[in-house]
Design a protein. Structure first.
Length: 292
């Protein structure tokens, strides 16, 4: 009988070992809870495999009366290599060519050939959170991390943050990147800001994992997979801060932070933005937050 018990290969080996010690097949069957004819089959296999676990054979039949022909399998394979498209597209192409095959058969064929991109079993599911309208400072804050290589196997990390409404920014460099550093960075940025952070948005990086979401005590959303515009503002700021500040400095956390202490205030108070009608973040904040 076919089984999915992962311990069965070891049990079969033990049964064959007991038979070799002088136990009868019936005694072994009563001891392990199996029929004596099954024990004898295991003993025969053990003579070929030796003192190794006896694997469970697949229940898959060798042939099926409705299985796809070799020509059709090759057609599906060739169409995939030529089009490099999904199973649905390949099925439609074959349908237009007059090839009668079901979509499920196309998917199974590509799966057996290892040509399907499957979802990682380690990927965590994040429930969708609607993107809020950035109509006031703090309504949506985007986070990201810049990785800067300082040697072949070592890098430093610059955490960046931008408010979508006012374009107010904050950045700091750390020698290590982890969730605790992310929480510390957000807390420092909140102390520097004159407004409250209502919702944070980040990518799916390890520094913004489940522990981070639980510790920040703020609303949080992840950027959508395959939607690069979700993080457009922070990605543009990352490029700006690298070109105008970080790329000109020695690649150490101390040098980066020293330069950022001068650059970030200048960025927030003097740098004009086309997205703000040539105003500065400080001017936008003064219009909305009088105490700024």
């Amino acid at each position: 009988m076919y089984t999915t018990n992962p311990s069965m290969p070891r049990i079969r080996r033990e049964a064959a070992a007991l038979f070799k010690k002088g136990w009868s097949a019936r005694k072994i069957g009563r001891h392990l809870g199996f029929h004596h004819t099954a024990v004898m089959k295991w003993v025969k296999k053990a003579k070929v495999l030796g003192a190794h676990p006896i694997p469970t054979q697949s229940s898959k039949p060798k042939r099926h009366p409705k299985q796809l022909s070799d020509e059709l399998v090759w057609k599906i394979f060739h169409t995939r290599l030529k089009s490099k498209r999904s199973s649905e597209v390949i099925h439609q192409i074959l349908k237009e060519e007059g090839v009668a095959v079901s979509l499920s058969s196309v998917k199974r064929t590509l799966d057996r050939m290892g040509l399907l991109k499957k979802r990682s079993p380690w990927k965590r599911f994040h429930p969708h959170v609607d993107r809020p309208l950035a109509d006031h400072p703090g309504s949506l804050i985007q986070l990201d991390t810049i990785h800067t290589m300082i040697s072949a196997k070592k890098r430093i990390y610059t955490f960046t943050l931008i408010d979508i409404c006012s374009r107010w920014t904050y950045a700091k460099t750390y020698a290590r990147m982890n969730v605790a550093t992310s929480v510390q960075f957000v807390a420092e940025a909140q102390r520097e800001a004159s407004f409250h952070f209502d919702m944070l948005q980040s990518d799916h990086g390890p520094e913004f994992g489940k522990w981070f979401v639980e510790r920040i005590q703020k609303k949080h959303r992840y950027s959508r997979i395959g939607k690069p515009n979700d993080n457009a503002h922070i990605e543009r700021f990352n490029r700006t801060v690298q070109e105008e500040c970080l790329d000109k400095q020695e690649r150490t956390p101390e040098a980066f932070n020293k330069a950022l202490k001068q650059y970030i205030p200048w960025y927030n108070t003097q740098r004009h933005h086309f997205g703000l009608n040539l105003k500065t973040p400080a001017q936008i904040l003064k219009e909305v937050v009088p105490s700024y």
